[in-house]
Design a protein around this ligand. Structure first.
Ligand code: UT7
Length: 360
């Protein structure tokens, strides 16, 4: 059998309709559009509406990705959701998505590496496909961080947003696919960015709620310094593992946490600005969703074309960081083109979401 590679055959994203601008935040907390824009690059972000959750946004992004790949949910082998803001501690958000989509043959689980979750999930799916354990995987990054924000803490509440992005990854001998994937962690730095209460070490109680311990806390300056170094290190490692250099990369898609971090990384790696994808101004930091949303937007805008080589690089709480080089495919594999007819007849997203029945 010819060597199989894992290629992206479909992509999609969803941003909830509610847009919150910097000016809206000025009315909630002691901040200014000038401070947020100049320190982070963010102008606005999307917040989930009533009834929207990480799983419902993930389903919308996933449906778009499946349609683009001409893939039926019933043919999926794996559903992986990267998230640090799941609907529940358990069941996994991926199980809710699997059920909503009707992916009845698929295994489903979440990957939690904060903002590095999508890159981690992609590396895992790639490994499972290369190892012959799966023919395909739906890989999603989805977050509802607005519900973990303390709107009295101006150092965090202006930074984050909600949304979801998804890719379909498939075994193929038709293309190069994912060429490298590197992951790293330093758990000794967990307290730089974390949510203290609400799990098993510090279960929810009247006191934890009163003390605001269910919100995201971050030492932003420390995270900033580590972010630049770890992203550069991971990018260089992924390039070396793929046997390529910066010049061979058509587009750098970094995690969107702060435009100053992105600029510093691009400068150090010698990427000219036109090769760097930035959309943080419209979404803020959507954590695990930021890279798949950026992938989908870059492809929609024609900035990511079939045959292009892309470098993904992320960092996040944990502390975690990772990078991946891939040749972009982005279209259905040829022998499945006609299946699109079946897909087009599939249910609407609202029909799909009706299938998830857990207490709200
Ligand atoms: O995905 C991973 C998640 N996290 C990140 O990537 C975050 C990485 N860190 C950062 O992006 C930046 O460190 C921040 C954007 C969080 C902060 O920017 P900074 O340039 O490092 O500012 P700073 O924390 O040094 O604060 C400077 C000043 C402080 O006032 P004083 O002490 O100098 O008087 C802050 O209190 O800015 C103040 N400040 C604000 N002022 C207006 C902090 N937040 C705000 C705010 N509005 N929202």
């Amino acid at each position: 059998m010819a060597k199989q590679n894992a290629v992206v055959t479909g992509y999609g994203f969803y941003a909830p309709p509610r847009v919150v601008t910097n000016h809206d935040l000025e009315k909630m907390v002691d901040t200014s559009d000038e401070w947020i824009s100049s320190r982070t690059g963010i102008k606005e972000r999307h917040f989930a509406g009533d009834g929207e959750t990480t799983s419902t946004m993930a389903v919308r992004a996933a449906k778009a990705a499946l349609e683009r790949a001409h893939m039926r949910a019933q043919d999926l082998d794996l559903v992986i959701v990267g998230t640090c803001s799941p609907d529940y501690l358990f069941p996994a958000t991926a199980c809710l998505v699997q059920s909503a989509l009707g992916a009845e043959r698929a295994g489903a689980f979440d990957v939690e590496a904060a903002c590095t979750s999508f890159v981690s999930a992609l590396a895992l799916a790639n490994g499972m496909i290369l190892g012959g354990m799966a023919r395909n995987a739906l890989v999603i990054g989805a977050e509802t961080l607005s519900r973990l924000l303390d709107f009295k803490d101006r150092t965090t509440c202006v930074l984050f947003g909600d949304g979801a992005g998804a890719v379909v990854l498939e075994a193929s001998n038709a293309s190069v696919g994912i060429e490298s994937a590197v992951l790293h962690a330093d758990g000794s730095k967990g307290e730089l960015l974390y949510v203290q209460a609400g799990a098993t070490k510090m279960p929810a109680s009247k006191e934890t709620v009163e003390q605001g311990l269910h919100f995201i806390r971050m030492q932003g300056g420390e995270v900033f310094k580590l972010a630049v170094k770890s992203m550069c290190d991971a990018a260089e490692e992924a390039l070396a593992e793929a046997g390529v250099t910066t010049e061979d990369i058509d587009i750098l898609i970094p995690h969107q946490a702060n435009v100053r971090i992105i600029d510093a990384v691009a400068r150090r790696l010698h990427f000219p600005p036109e090769k760097v994808f930035v959309n943080i101004q419209r979404y803020g930091n959507t954590s695990a969703a930021s890279i798949p949303i950026a992938i989908a937007e870059a492809a929609d805008q024609g900035r990511l074309k079939k045959g292009d080589r892309v470098l993904l690089v992320a960092f996040g709480g944990g502390f975690t960081w990772g990078a991946s080089v891939m040749e972009w495919w982005g279209v259905p594999i040829p022998d499945r083109r006609e299946k699109s007819i079946v897909d087009r007849a599939a249910r609407t997203v609202d029909d799909l979401l009706d299938r998830v029945r857990l207490p709200s």
